[in-house]
Design a binder for this molecule. Structure first.
Ligand code: 5GP
Length: 177
């Protein structure tokens, strides 16, 4: 896609409101739990994760996983590669997986299989965005920010060829050709 424009889909204000709501829900859900680990799935969820954990009114631990499922082309490769592993042991812990977007569901299922093998006490999944019309594999999604159309989006952590992650809003990428 050489010639394209980015049109706003979800504003900064709408995102902030939703993140605060999700933070309140999760704070309530885990208020009686020790050992809650929030996992940031890099790179896409870096900004959502940073905002979300600051809305959690509890002591939580943070850890990071790197996954790569797109090859900078805007279309799913269907392949998921682990680029960074957790640095802590999650066995027996409450784990919260924080994803930017669930598209086909392949990445979330890969992640869940990998984490379940490490025997956490429980896994909760949170995603800022979900594309209901793109789903190929049913997967466990416990908390969703926004359901969006099956279009490619950027901003608020999401990239197109490693660019646009720093946009403060979510925008739809539309070809001008
Ligand atoms: P899935 O495995 O569910 O098809 O895709 C999940 C991953 O693909 C996300 O974590 C994200 O990195 C990437 N992805 C899916 N849809 C989009 C999109 O519209 N924009 C961007 N930038 N990445 C996407």
């Amino acid at each position: 896609m050489e010639n394209f424009e980015i049109s706003p889909l979800i504003t900064e204000t709408e995102i902030q409101k939703k993140v605060a709501e999700l933070g309140a829900t999760l704070s309530d859900k885990f208020k009686n739990q020790d050992d809650v680990v929030f996992i940031c799935v890099l790179k896409g969820s870096l900004i959502f994760y940073s905002d979300l954990i600051r809305e959690i009114e509890l002591d939580v631990k943070c850890d990071f996983l790197g996954l790569s499922s797109y090859k900078n082309t805007g279309t799913s490769s269907g392949e998921v590669k682990l680029t960074l592993d957790l640095s802590t042991n999650v066995e027996g812990k409450e784990v919260v997986v924080v994803e930017d977007i669930v598209d086909t569901g392949l990445t979330m299922n890969y992640l869940l299989r990998m984490l379940e093998a490490r025997r956490p006490k429980n896994i909760t999944t949170v995603t800022l965005l979900r594309k209901p019309d793109a789903i190929k594999e049913e997967c466990q999604i416990d908390h969703v920010g926004f359901d969006i159309p099956n279009d490619f989006v950027v901003g608020y952590g999401l990239d197109y060829g490693e660019q646009y992650r720093n946009l403060p809003f979510i925008g739809q990428v539309a070809s001008l050709n």
